[in-house]
Design a protein around this ligand. Structure first.
Ligand code: NOJ
Length: 533
């Protein structure tokens, strides 16, 4: 059962806001804090417990805000620090907690730290903030950027610096105590302003093997591969122990959620030991095909790994890096992988939407917390046909278009009206919205009983009201092949039918909510139902 008090985070429903694409308050086509504040009632009205905001710091936007040039201020295109403080206050007054992103693996090449390091020259203490290596004809090792190409670039004097992402995102050197000190202060800066927690970007990546050995072609995606010298090194846990002490020094609970894409669940759970992070995103669930046996295996292994450390699981279907799940679920292969986004694969959006509705009820009734990525409550599909010239994601340019990148899930939200910009604000949005989105607007869906929005509102409100949901145990119930059926306690059952044929409903006293029409007491395929028993 969700504890609504000090352990609110154990069963929270958390709404992810991608500020740039949420709502535009000043008419320049880019989302901002004014727009977010105006539309806070939409988020509160969903029935979620918290908001997680993607980075809102000053940034040249080489990676849409994940290249931070000042950790103690707000991106001018989004607003001001004073406005951020107002936003935190307003969210709190609506009963919403606020989690912000922190990006400790790298900063922007426009950050004062990097500018000073370049200016100070080889051998300087300023260069010790980063991973600089002497000028040589070849890069210091064979590491590849996760956005394509070498992970090393040169500064004008010829020295190399490491960037596991874009060249505009130099990796910070966590061997240096000054880096530790700076981030401790950044955490306090925002905790003192009332934020309730941080989502930690690339949480597994901060510590590198200082010998910088070659990886000989191994990549983080190689399942079960031996340890990589830039991911999941044991030293990273010391950082989170340090951070946890800071969080725990505040009277009201302050929490951390880690972003780690790790192949090994047991190693993943180590981040969630009682003196480290509170929770982490469940990407195994996000990546899993929508098939009953595979889902059940992921649910079981997730719960078992989290039980080892007493941490609550989380359930995630989409975020700002992955293909929107309405689109994924409309394809023959419903899995997600960075290695192949299946751009242009035949997609049945009607089927994808039906399945997304079922997946929503599944994810919201599993034990622990749940994340909702802005726009999924509207059933937005991935925008796959963005013209090349408007694409902004460095993944697209650094792979010469081989990977379409992540712009397709970052298109500004449609709020109302019948044509772009669908009341987002401005005339031209920073990424163009497609024709045909009038049916997905918040206004249109609010007026339509059968919409995704209405389903999310009903489900989240029930989730909040029912003591069976949120944190707590799960018991599998006997079910036909292709069907997931589980009880959360003596009073609640969820059944998800992915079998391809209708199945009879198990014993119940009341149908609480169904993701689609039921067929004379039976549950059609690609449909989920919540039952009281
Ligand atoms: C993960 C973030 O979610 C993604 O958007 C970003 O590009 C990388 N980390 C690098 O910061």
């Amino acid at each position: 059962m969700t504890d609504r008090g000090s352990a609110w985070w154990r069963g929270a429903a958390i709404y992810q806001v991608y500020v740039r694409s949420f709502a535009d308050g000043n008419g320049d086509g880019t989302g901002d804090l004014t727009g977010l504040r105006q539309h806070l009632p939409h988020i509160a009205g969903l029935g979620v417990d918290a908001i997680w905001l993607c980075p809102w710091y000053p940034s040249p936007m080489a990676d849409s805000g994940y290249d931070v040039s000042d950790y103690r201020d707000i991106e001018p295109a989004f607003g001001t620090l004073a406005e951020a403080e107002k936003f935190i206050e307003e969210a709190h007054s609506l009963g919403l907690k606020v989690i912000i992103d922190i990006v400790p693996n790298h900063c922007s090449d426009r950050h004062r730290w990097f500018l000073d390091a370049v200016a100070a020259g080889p051998g300087s203490p300023q260069r010790e903030m980063f991973w600089f290596r002497p000028a040589s004809p070849e890069p210091p090792n064979d590491w590849q950027s996760r956005f394509g190409g070498s992970a090393w670039s040169r500064v004008p004097d010829g020295e190399w610096y490491l960037h596991l992402y874009a060249p505009e995102q130099p990796d910070l050197n966590w061997e240096n105590p000054v880096v530790h000190q700076e981030f401790r202060e950044v955490l306090r800066f925002w905790f003192d302003r009332g934020v309730d927690g941080f989502r930690i970007d690339v949480a597994d990546g901060l510590v590198k093997d200082p010998a910088l050995p070659d990886v000989n072609g191994r990549s983080p995606e190689d399942n079960g591969s031996a340890q990589l010298p830039f991911s999941d090194l044991d030293g990273v846990h010391e950082i989170y122990r340090e951070w946890r002490q800071i969080a725990d020094s505040y009277p009201e609970p302050r929490v951390f959620v880690g972003e780690m894409w790790l192949p090994d669940q047991e190693r993943f759970a180590r981040y969630l030991r009682p003196d480290e992070l509170h929770s982490a995103f469940n990407f195994d669930f996000l990546s899993c095909p929508l098939e009953a046996d595979k889902l059940r295996a992921v649910i079981d292994s997730t719960l078992a790994a989290h039980a080892l450390v007493g941490a609550p699981a989380t359930w995630v279907l989409s975020n700002h890096d992955t293909t929107r799940h309405v689109t994924r679920y409309g394809r023959a292969d419903t899995s997600f992988s960075f290695a192949d986004r299946q751009q242009g694969a035949p997609t049945d959006l009607e089927l994808g939407t039906r399945r997304a509705r079922a997946a929503a009820l599944l994810s919201m009734s599993l034990p622990g917390g749940v994340y909702i990525y802005q726009g999924e409550e509207l059933g937005l599909p991935e925008v796959e046909d963005l013209p090349d010239e408007v694409r902004q994601d460095p993944v697209f340019s650094r792979t010469n278009g081989a990977d379409p990148g992540r712009d397709g899930c970052r298109v500004p939200l449609p709020w109302g009206g019948s044509a772009a910009p669908y009341d987002f604000g401005g005339d031209e949005t920073w990424l163009p919205q497609p024709a045909g989105w009038e049916r997905y607007t918040v206004a249109a869906e609010a007026a339509d009983e059968g919409s995704m929005l209405r389903l999310y509102q009903q489900a989240l409100r029930l989730r909040r009201a029912l003591p069976s949901l949120g944190d707590g145990p799960l018991t599998w119930l006997p079910s036909a092949e292709g069907v997931l059926a589980f009880a959360r306690d003596d009073h609640f059952t969820c059944v998800v039918n992915l079998s391809g044929a209708a199945v009879a409903l198990p014993e119940h006293t009341e149908i609480l909510l169904a993701s689609g029409p039921l067929d004379e007491g039976s549950l059609p395929s690609d449909t989920a139902v919540w039952l009281a028993r």
